[in-house]
Design a protein around this ligand. Structure first.
Ligand code: ADP
Ligand code: MG
Length: 345
């Protein structure tokens, strides 16, 4: 089991409120990602769940039991850090065995667990090496192996892939997703990278300044963001925003349109401008179009798009692909609110 419920939890360092009253229910077995810009409180909340950081107020329940003041070792959770936190003088085998030896597990059982974790993580041939003799990806797998052998009720990952190069990150992303499918254990995964969030999560919680703006599946957040922050944070390249006023004295509202929803037309479109930078990636082309009014729109075009710097373009977008935001940045939906859970702030 591994359901975790946060009820009105807060965290202050001195008089700085880093986590504002926050509610969240994490279901047993789900892969939930905490995503948000640097400094918004993701690691702090993860450390509070792990028990490495005190909770200033509110309660943390693990499997229905109040665990707010339970010491970390008794919570049954395993944390994997960006920095790996391996013992450099110990072999891979002993690094993985460490939590089991400390818990006085029988040597034969330890051997079995190490061998099964090593097989799962492709580490069998490296068990006698020291961490210094491994690549970054292998070290991260050792850290995960050390978590797996404890059979925790939930895994807590804090930016585990940030130290890896781009291609290795993509591989490890897949490996962690496959591991989740195989183990069927709750995983809470912290990242500032929305692509990691979108590709790995069952549900994503979008953090901003110590609150959760929205919780939902990747597609819910993409299709029905509750506000401009979520709309701009989810999706790559980012949604384009254009300020609009119905009357000169109106409060500023805005509309948003994603780069993949802008179409280049030969006849007069909704917007017109000139191509600034054109990024030809082969599979797709990103055009940064400077409008006559000074705004810049990013357009995602086909890979074989022949437009380049200085070309004049007309742009349009289907009406149902244009989002509208009120003067507070809240998304205006014609029929009721968006599809996912309401703002928790
Ligand atoms: P994130 O992981 O989202 O980047 P953190 O949870 O690490 O953000 O930090 C959130 C905020 O809390 C930051 O402003 C950070 O400076 C502050 N903070 C984190 N730990 C401490 C601490 N021990 N003392 C004081 N402030 C802290
Ligand atoms: Mg962090």
């Amino acid at each position: 089991m591994g359901s975790i419920t946060l009820k009105q939890v807060t965290k202050s360092f001195g008089d700085v409120n880093v986590i504002k009253p926050l509610d969240l229910h994490i279901r047993d077995g789900e892969f939930i990602v905490f995503v948000g810009p640097s400094g918004c409180g993701k690691s702090t909340l993860l450390r509070m769940i792990a028990g490495l950081e005190d909770t200033s107020s509110g309660t943390i329940e693990i499997d229905g039991n109040d665990a707010t003041s339970t010491p970390p070792a008794k919570r049954g959770l395993a944390m994997v850090f960006q920095s790996y936190a391996l013992y450099p003088h110990m072999s891979v085998r002993n690094n993985i065995a460490f939590p089991l030896k400390r818990a006085k597990v029988a040597p034969k059982v330890i051997e079995e667990k190490i061998s099964s974790a090593a097989k799962m993580l492709n580490l069998t041939d490296y068990l006698d090496r020291k961490p210094g003799q491994l690549s970054g990806g292998q070290r991260q797998r050792v850290a995960i192996g050390r978590a797996i052998v404890r059979q925790p009720s939930a895994f807590l990952f804090d930016e585990p892939l940030s130290n890896l190069d781009a291609s290795l990150r993509v591989n490890m992303r897949l490996e962690i997703s496959e591991l989740h499918q195989r183990l069927d254990t709750t995983m809470i995964y912290v990242t500032h990278d929305q692509v990691e969030a979108m590709t790995m999560a069952d549900r994503i919680a979008v953090f901003n300044g110590g609150i959760i703006e929205q919780v939902g599946t990747p597609l819910e957040l993409y299709q029905t963001p509750v506000n401009r922050f979520v709309a701009g944070f989810i999706g790559s390249p980012k949604m384009n925003f254009i300020d609009v006023k119905a009357q000169p004295n109106d409060a500023t509202r805005s509309i948003g349109v994603r780069p993949e929803h802008l179409k280049i037309t030969t006849e007069k479109g909704r917007w017109s401008g000139k191509v600034g930078v054109a990024e030809h990636l082969g599979s797709e082309t990103f055009l940064h179009v400077h409008l006559d009014n000074g705004d810049t729109l990013t357009v995602k075009a086909d890979g074989d798009c022949a437009l380049s710097h200085g070309d004049a373009v007309n742009l349009t977008a289907a009406k149902d692909k244009i989002m509208r935001f009120d003067e507070k940045g809240i998304t205006i939906y014609k029929n009721a609110a968006g599809g996912s859970e309401a703002k928790t702030a």
